[in-house]
Design a protein around this ligand. Structure first.
Ligand code: KG4
Length: 345
C-alpha cells in the first residue's frame, strides 16, 4: 500500500511516499528555518503562507522522485494535530483535496504518533510493545506504546517542552535559531559540571517533568554574569544545561520501560538528535539490559515519511476520516475519534 503523507504542523513542509508503513519511497522536506531565523523563532503567519506556497510543488516532486504517478497512490495521510493551527490547516486542506480528487481514503495522524513511527522506517525489527521518550519542540512525553495504535502517556512535561528550553537557551546566549543543534555543537567542548542547574521532580508523578525552572535558571545566570561584566564560558553552560535536560529525561524513560516489563526503549522527535541525550540513553539502556532504538538524524526532526509510517497502521486499525476532517492545535496522544476532537479543538 502506497501512502502519500503530508506534514505541515510547524516550520517544515513535507510530503512523502511510504510503502506499507516501513519503506520510504521518497521524503521531500522543505525547511522554513531561514525564513524564521531573523525573528529568532517561528512566526505562525509566515509559516502558514510558506506551506501554501510550496506544498503542491513538493507533492509533484515526490511523485517524480519516486517514479510514481497519481494512480499509484492508495491513500493520503496527514498530520492533523497538534501544531500551529494555521500551519496544520494548510496540510489538512491539501490532503483532503488530494484524497477526494484521487478517490482514496484519508488518514488523520497525530503528529507525535508520527514521530514515534519514524523508528519503524529505520528499524524493520522494531515492533510494539515498547516505551518511547518523545521529545520535540512542543512536546515532551514518556509514552507506553502497547501496540501501533494503542498508546498512552505515562509522563509529560508540566510546563515547557525540552526543545523549547534548548531554543530559549540558544536565544539568551545569542546563538541563533533553531537553537537545539547550536547548543549541542557548542556543548562538545564544555565541562558539564561547571554550573549546577536544577533537575525538577514532580511530587507523586515519577514520570512527569518540568523544564521552566531550568530555563529560568539559565536566563538568570546569563543576565547576572552580563550585569557583573563577568565573562561566561558558553560551552560549559551548554554542557551543564544538556546534563540537566538529560538527567530529567533518560532515567525516567528507562524506569518507565522497566515498570512496564518491556525489553525495548525508543526515542523520537527533534531533541532525540542531541548527542548528549543519545549517549546517555545508550549507556542507561545498556545498564538496564534494554534494546534501544533512536532514529537516524534525518528522521528525528519533522518529516513526511513518519506520517506515512503511522498512517499505515492507523489505516489498518480503521482510523480514516471523511471530508469533515479538521485541524487541531492541541490533542492528547491517546485521543481518537470525534469526541476527542470536540473536546480539544
Ligand atoms: O521534532 P521537531 O523537529 O519539531 C517539532 O515537532 O517540534 O523538534 C524541533 C526541536 C527544536 O526545539 C530544536 O531546537 C530541537 O528539536 N533540536 C535539538 C537538536 N536538533 C533539533 N535539540 C537538541 N539537540 C539537537 N541536536
Amino acid at each position: 500500500m502506497v501512502i502519500l503523507s503530508v506534514e505541515s504542523t510547524c516550520d517544515e513542509t513535507a510530503v512523502a511516499l511510504v510503502r506499507d508503513g516501513r519503506e520510504i519511497l521518497t521524503d521531500q522536506v522543505f525547511s522554513q528555518a531561514d525564513l524564521h531565523a531573523v525573528y529568532g523563532g517561528v512566526v505562525p503567519e509566515i509559516a502558514s503562507r510558506s506551506h501554501v506556497e510550496v506544498i503542491y510543488q513538493l507533492a509533484d516532486r515526490a511523485l517524480d522522485a519516486a517514479g510514481l504517478s497519481r494512480r499509484d497512490i492508495d491513500a493520503v495521510a496527514v498530520s492533523y494535530a497538534p501544531g500551529l493551527i494555521g500551519a496544520v490547516l494548510v496540510g489538512v486542506n491539501f490532503a483532503k483535496s488530494a484524497a477526494a480528487a484521487l478517490g482514496v481514503p484519508l488518514i488523520p495522524v497525530h503528529h507525535i504518533r508520527g514521530h514515534i513511527a519514524a523508528n519503524y522506517l529505520a528499524y524493520p525489527e522494531l515492533t510494539p510493545p515498547f516505551v518511547c521518550l518523545a521529545v520535540s519542540g512542543g512536546n515532551t512525553l514518556i509514552v507506553d506504546v502497547r501496540d501501533y495504535t494503542a498508546l498512552s502517556v505515562m509522563g509529560a512535561t508540566r510546563d515547557d517542552a525540552a526543545g523549547e528550553c534548548f531554543d530559549k537557551t540558544a536565544r539568551v546566549l545569542g546563538l541563533g535559531y533553531p537553537g537545539g543543534k547550536l547548543v549541542d555543537d557548542l556543548a562538545r567542548g564544555g565541562n558539564d559540571l561547571a554550573f549546577s542547574l536544577p533537575v525538577a521532580q514532580v511530587e507523586g508523578h515519577p514520570y512527569d517533568m518540568s523544564f521552566s525552572g531550568l530555563k529560568t535558571a539559565v536566563v538568570n545566570l546569563v543576565h547576572t554574569q552580563a550585569q557583573r561584566g563577568t565573562p561566561l564560558n558558553q560551552a560549559d553552560l551548554c554542557a551543564s544545561f544538556q546534563r540537566a535536560v538529560s538527567l530529567s529525561l533518560v532515567p525516567r524513560a528507562v524506569a518507565a520501560a522497566q515498570e512496564k516489563g518491556y525489553d525495548t526503549l525508543v526515542a523520537a522527535g527533534g531533541v532525540a538528535a542531541n548527542r548528549r541525550i543519545r549517549t546517555d540513553l545508550d549507556a542507561a539502556a545498556a545498564r538496564a539490559g534494554l534494546r534501544l532504538f533512536v532514529p537516524p538524524l534525518r528522521l528525528c526532526g519533522d518529516n513526511g515519511a513518519m506520517i506515512g509510517a503511522q498512517g499505515y497502521y492507523e489505516y489498518l486499525a480503521g482510523h480514516t476520516a471523511g471530508s469533515e476532517l479538521n485541524a487541531y492545535a492541541c490533542m492528547e496522544l491517546d485521543a481518537m475519534g470525534e469526541a476527542a476532537h470536540g473536546k480539544r479543538a
